[in-house]
Design a protein around this ligand. Structure first.
Ligand code: PLP
Length: 415
């Protein structure tokens, strides 16, 4: 099946049957000079050609927006996640139309399942049984999860320091996990070298253009859940910029289908200690960073794989970038847990931290959507920094009352 791609760097188009990752022209250019100071070259996008005739406000048929038929969605129902209306956070912030897209409820616990599903379909379509990737943890666990449902071999290169539960989860799903003594950027390069040498489909985020395509479904669902309307503002926790680009692409495709008239304001939110895209946006040119340092480990990226695409959306006027501190990330994680009942990992809390930081800039009546991208259950070590486990008490009422008084300050229970 022929698919049309267009290069986000040089704009050339490519119509091909085979699996393709890079624009041949830009890959050649990158090889010819030292690309270490720039974002990766030759990222491909898939232009959307609407198959359905829509009228404004119609429900979008999500799967018909994808470049490949999804044949096994019932065995791996990625997406279709709830749009939560957090009453207490609405009251606290004064944002009357605040919504949280709870993508932690995907099968593997993160938004990545949307991309992994499409890559699994790509493997089926091309008769491949092996998928290779690098990950900070969630994409790997996600591909391993879909791999189990589809019967694919998954080879996963991951920094050895990734949260243990994400590695255990991947192993349990049957992935061949290769912990790498190095950064995510090291694992990324290694996984590409492995695919080039030994074959299989490479699922690296952005490198495989279908990852952006898969992730765009989050915006199509939001549009449907809001009753055929786009939000005014969307906050996206960002590392490589693929979730951000995917979310932008989803709204751009809704415009191409004639379902909405304009893009929402799309906000990249990054940790100050891993801010390559935000920094590039501020400086006005692509800037890689030498190292990262943040509790938001899933966002730790020096050379963002979809940086060019994400900056492209920002520059076309679709949005802006916000940076948050480590303390703000921790506070946001606690806030979501204590005032909305949502347990997310620190990287995912970054989106909410962005809303709090941006509060003065946003109209209280605006329709605001925050993407919650990954569950907190995979990183209990991070949660342990927010709470401490009380010492146990004897199994009698007096001891329990004493503990409630000593630890939580609850008085008046007698004893
Ligand atoms: C939970 C979570 N949120 C956000 C992101 C950032 O996505 P991207 O790297 O596409 O910007 C990731 C990436 O691993 C993630 O795991």
């Amino acid at each position: 099946m022929k698919i049309r791609y267009s290069c986000v760097t040089c704009g050339r188009t490519l119509d091909v049957d085979e699996v393709v990752y890079e624009c041949p022209h830009c890959a050649h250019e990158a090889a010819a000079h030292d690309a270490a100071s720039e974002f990766p070259r030759g990222c491909l996008s898939v232009p959307f050609m609407p198959a359905n005739a829509y009228r404004k406000g119609d429900k979008a048929e999500v799967l018909s927006f994808l470049p490949l038929p999804v044949t096994r969605w019932p065995s791996f129902p990625a997406g279709d996640t709830p749009l939560v209306q957090p009453a207490r956070l609405r009251r606290k912030t004064g944002f009357r139309e605040l919504w949280l897209k709870n993508d932690t409820l995907n099968m593997s616990g993160s938004l990545k399942d949307r991309a992994s599903l499409l890559v699994a379909e790509q493997a089926l379509a091309h008769g491949e049984t092996r998928v290779v990737l690098a990950s900070t943890g969630n994409a790997g666990a996600s591909m391993a999860c879909v791999g189990a449902a589809y019967g694919l071999e998954v080879i996963l290169f991951v920094p050895a320091a990734a949260p243990r539960a994400k590695l255990l989860q991947s192993l349990l799903f049957g992935a061949r996990v290769v912990p790498v003594q190095g950064t995510y950027d090291d694992a990324f390069g290694l996984s590409i070298a492995f695919t080039r040498t030994f074959g299989g489909i490479n699922r690296n985020t952005a490198f495989n253009p279908f990852t952006v395509e898969g992730k765009k479904t989050v915006s199509l669902e939001i549009y449907n859940q809001l009753g055929g309307r786009a939000p005014d503002v969307v906050y996206v926790p960002t590392g490589d910029g693929v979730i951000f680009s995917g979310a932008c692409k989803g709204f751009a495709d809704l415009m191409a289908a004639g379902l909405i008239d304009s893009m929402p304001l799309m906000v990249v939110v990054q940790a100050e200690g891993s801010n390559a895209i935000a920094l590039s946006w501020r400086k006005g040119h692509e800037t890689v960073i030498p190292r990262t340092s943040t509790i938001a480990d899933s966002l730790s990226v020096c050379r963002p794989a979809a940086g060019t695409m994400a900056l492209g959306f920002l520059r076309r006027g679709a949005g802006r970038a916000v940076e948050v501190t480590e303390a703000e990330i921790r506070d946001a994680q606690a806030d979501l847990a204590r005032e909305a009942g949502l347990f997310v990992e620190p990287s995912s809390a970054v989106g909410w931290a962005g809303v709090l930081k941006d509060r003065a800039q946003v109209d209280p009546g605006a329709r605001i959507v925050v993407l919650l991208t990954g569950t907190g259950f995979k990183d209990t070590a991070a949660a342990e920094k927010l709470v401490s486990m009380p010492a146990s008490c004897a199994p009698d009422l007096q001891s329990a009352v004493q503990l409630l008084s000593d630890i939580y300050g609850i008085r008046g229970l007698g004893a």
